[in-house]
Design a protein around this ligand. Structure first.
Ligand SMILES: C[S@@+](CC[C@H](N)C(=O)[O-])C[C@H]1O[C@@H](n2cnc3c(N)ncnc32)[C@H](O)[C@@H]1O
Ligand SMILES: Nc1nc2[nH]cc(C(=O)O)c2c(=O)[nH]1
Ligand code: SF4
Ligand SMILES: [Mg+2]
Length: 230
């Protein structure tokens, strides 16, 4: 039995099984649960179809399960329905990534509890602009955003909870932004810092490689895009 069965409804954009292509867990088979909605507005965001939660895009859950390609459609689903869906699909991965959109817009405690009870290990991909409502065991991949059009700031409590910081870069000014952020809002000691080139741009990749070598930081290259998988 759940401690607080409240049947939270989550706006589900898609669910798929693939290889984690980013950050510390790169290469690990994983199930992605992508939620709809994000107010941050990164101009280079590769999932812009998840930004708005429009009433006219709401579809039955079965349509999300069968979604043929990325789109802005979404369905309401409870945590129990989501776990049933993973089991119906006979997914083999035991690592589940909560992403979006911005998954931290939602209270994810019930989803974490139900998934962990079913034997899954959790990771969240977040911009750190909302209070994190995840289980204590959830691996937090924080990709802070600075000066984005949505005007939201990365929260100090999220910086403090992060298990890794993964910063998207294309220009020198992005490295300066990260340096400044790490100074004013330091993460816990020993947390991995990774640079992620924006959209596989060659100059972004070169800058990320150079800086990672100089600083002893990690490189995160969005492996799935090189492999042409989801
Ligand atoms: C689509 S976001 C969703 C989760 C959350 N909103 C966030 O930003 O962390 C997942 C990851 O993709 C990164 N990302 C988005 N668009 C990208 C791009 N064009 N190139 C590189 N990384 C990108 C984000 O910084 C984040 O680390
Ligand atoms: N393979 C794969 N790895 C990923 N890591 C983070 C992703 C995301 O969109 O949050 C992502 C994604 O969309 N696909
Ligand atoms: S915070 Fe994440 S989902 Fe939102 S716009 Fe930025 S990269 Fe895209
Ligand atoms: Mg992605």
């Amino acid at each position: 039995m759940l401690e607080n069965p409240i049947n939270t409804l989550y706006p589900l954009n898609e669910v798929f099984q693939t290889i984690q292509g980013e950050g510390t867990y790169t290469g690990v088979p994983a199930i992605f649960i992508r939620l709809q909605g994000c107010p941050v507005g990164c101009p280079w965001c590769d999932t812009q179809h998840t930004w708005e939660q429009r009433a006219e895009d709401q579809v039955p859950l079965t349509a999300i399960v069968e979604k043929p390609a990325a789109s802005s459609t979404w369905a309401q689903a409870t945590a129990t329905e989501i776990v049933a869906l993973l089991q119906d699909k006979k997914y083999t991965a035991k690592h589940v990534v909560l992403t979006g959109g911005e998954p931290a817009m939602y209270d994810l405690l019930e989803l974490c509890e139900v998934l962990e009870s079913a034997g899954y290990r959790l990771q969240i991909e977040t911009s750190g602009t909302f209070p994190l409502r995840v289980s204590p065991q959830t691996w937090v991949t924080l990709s802070p955003k600075v000066d984005m059009p949505g005007g939201l700031l990365v929260r100090a409590d999220c910086m403090n909870r992060a298990d890794e910081i993964k910063y998207p870069v294309a220009m020198e000014k992005h490295i300066d932004e990260l340096d400044n952020l790490l100074k004013v809002c330091p993460p816990r000691a020993g947390v991995t810092i990774a640079l992620q080139p924006i959209s596989q741009r060659p100059r972004a990749t070169e800058l990320a490689i150079q800086t990672c070598i100089e600083r002893n930081w990690r490189l995160s290259v969005q492996l799935h895009k090189y492999l042409h998988i989801e």
